[in-house]
Design a protein around this ligand. Structure first.
Ligand code: FES
Length: 161
C-alpha cells in the first residue's frame, strides 16, 4: 500500500504501545483513513498482515464503527446529528440548508468536490442541539442562519486553499 512516510512512521510508533499487536488495529485504521481518505479491502489486508490478524477481523472493525468508511468523501466531512434532541430542535432544516447550499444529496460528494454531508447519530451534545461536526469541529445551537454562515466559511476556505 502506498502510504505517506509520516503515516508509516505513525504506524510503527503505535504498534509497540500495545501489549498485543492486534490491539493497535484502531489507531492503524485511523492513520490509514487519514492518509488515504477511506479504508479499502487492500488496506484491511495490509493491516491484517501487519498485526497478525485475519483480514475478515479487520473488516469487521471497519464496518462496525461509523467513523470508518470504505467510500470516498468530499474534502470536508459534515455530519449533522439526527437523533431525538437535535431532530426535535430543527436538525433536518439545518441539514437541508447545507445540502441546498452545496447542491448535493445526503452521503454524496458535492459537484465541486468540497463536501460530503451525512446524518450522524447522537454527537453527545444533546442539550445544545441541533449540532453538527465539520471534520472534527463541533457546531452547536444551530439554525438555518448559522448553517448558512458555516457554508459561507467553508466556501471561503476552499477558495483560499
Ligand atoms: S441528540 Fe444530537 S447530540 Fe445528542
Amino acid at each position: 500500500m502506498n502510504l505517506k512516510p509520516e503515516t508509516l512512521a505513525e504506524i510503527e510508533e503505535a504498534i509497540p504501545k500495545y501489549p498485543e499487536k492486534r490491539s493497535a488495529v484502531m489507531p492503524l485504521l485511523h492513520a490509514i483513513q487519514k492518509d488515504q481518505g477511506l479504508l479499502s479491502n487492500g488496506a484491511a489486508e495490509w493491516v491484517a498482515e501487519k498485526l497478525g490478524m485475519e483480514p475478515i477481523n479487520v473488516l469487521s472493525v471497519i464496518t462496525f464503527y461509523p467513523f470508518f468508511r470504505q467510500h470516498k468523501i468530499g474534502k470536508r466531512h459534515i455530519r449533522v446529528c439526527r437523533t431525538l434532541s437535535c431532530a426535535m430542535s430543527g436538525g433536518a432544516k439545518v441539514c437541508d440548508r447545507m445540502l441546498s447550499e452545496f447542491d448535493t444529496k445526503l452521503n454524496g460528494i458535492s459537484p465541486d468536490g468540497e463536501v460530503t454531508i451525512e446524518f450522524a447519530e447522537c454527537l453527545a451534545s444533546c442539550g445544545s442541539g441541533p449540532v453538527m461536526l465539520v471534520d472534527d469541529e463541533l457546531y452547536e445551537n444551530l439554525d438555518e442562519a448559522k448553517a448558512q454562515e458555516i457554508c459561507n466559511r467553508i466556501k471561503a476556505e476552499a477558495v483560499q486553499a
